[in-house]
Design a protein around this ligand. Structure first.
Ligand code: GLU
Length: 302
């Protein structure tokens, strides 16, 4: 049985790009007779708000994107993540890191192609005392010197050397919240998710996550990384800039207009026609879906 998921972060109103991802996740699972699990990714206590959770549940329903099950919200799963960290620790893969944000920024560590700083591992050899552990610290996992290869269902073959191209990564933050990379793996496995459909900005995280699946002895899903939607000037849509969020969209268009725009931009239809997710089901195939990022033209932007 195919199981897909919606994994929204309630850190703002959804924008058109978030809806695009959700629509393709829904169409993929449903066109194979599968189910959709909704999981609210409210890991970050500073950015998540219950009113955004309520809004995104309303938005999915309004758009006709029904979920079949709702998983526990991530904010309730601290103990499950802590157990996963302990399993990594038992394998000698975890160490505490005391570097401050400023230290990390100043470090002359190499930068990954996407601008991320690759941690230079300076805390990995520390002799840690109980006194030190009273200071703020995060926990990092040791990235192995291994190339992880996989085939993305939309973007094709991918490969990354975890040590050189990603570096030791955070699994528990200094505020004790689990880090995204760990939580998403533990949760997708716990939900029995067989396919992950998400934005292309997360493609480079996937080798890290595949390594975590393997190391934790969990079955890995299949991945489809879908294009990002860009503003007419080439910028990525962002929740912070309130670009094309559901408030604005719902004020000018009914849900079929929005779904129809996204189906057309995805490559499922030849023009912008009103459609519901149900009406698109017979048209859906990953072979039709565009892989490259999509610039919204002035007609769609307005
Ligand atoms: N919660 C993430 C987001 O809203 C998605 C994470 C994922 O799909 O793996 O961007």
């Amino acid at each position: 049985m195919v199981r897909g998921r919606f994994a929204p972060s309630p850190s703002g109103r959804m924008h058109l790009g978030n809806v695009f991802t959700a629509l393709l996740a829904w169409l993929s699972a449903k066109s194979q007779g599968g189910r959709i699990v909704l999981r609210v990714e409210d890991l970050d206590p500073a950015r998540s708000r219950p009113e955004y959770t309520r809004a995104l549940l309303r938005d999915f329903s309004w758009l006709g994107l029904r979920w079949d099950e709702r998983a526990q919200d991530q904010s309730e799963r601290g103990e499950v993540y802590a157990r996963a960290v302990e399993r990594l620790r038992a394998k000698g893969l975890i160490y505490p890191c005391f570097c401050s944000r400023d230290q990390l920024r100043a470090a002359s560590a190499p930068h990954a192609s996407d601008g991320r700083v690759i941690y230079d591992g300076r805390c990995s050899g520390l002799r840690v005392t109980a006194d030190m552990l009273a200071r703020p610290h995060c926990l990092r996992a040791r990235a192995p010197d291994r190339t992880i290869a996989f085939t993305d269902g939309l973007q094709g073959p991918q490969a990354m050397n975890l040590r050189r191209e990603w570096g030791d990564f955070i699994v528990r933050r200094a505020d004790a919240a689990a880090a995204y990379q760990l939580a998403v793996v533990v949760d997708d496995a716990a939900c029995g998710v067989t396919e992950v459909v998400r934005g292309r900005d997360l493609l480079s995280s996937t080798p890290v996550q595949l390594w975590l699946y393997e190391t934790l002895g969990l079955p890995a899903p299949r991945f489809y990384h879908v294009p990002l939607l860009l503003a007419p000037d080439g910028r990525r849509l962002s929740k912070r800039d309130r670009d094309m969020n559901l408030d604005q969209l719902a004020a000018k268009w009914p849900p079929q207009r929005i779904v129809g725009l996204l189906a057309w931009k995805a490559g499922l239809t030849g023009r912008w026609e009103d459609a519901s997710p149900d009406e698109l089901l017979p048209l859906f195939s990953w072979e039709k879906v565009r892989a490259g990022d999509i610039v919204l033209d002035a007609e769609a932007w307005q």
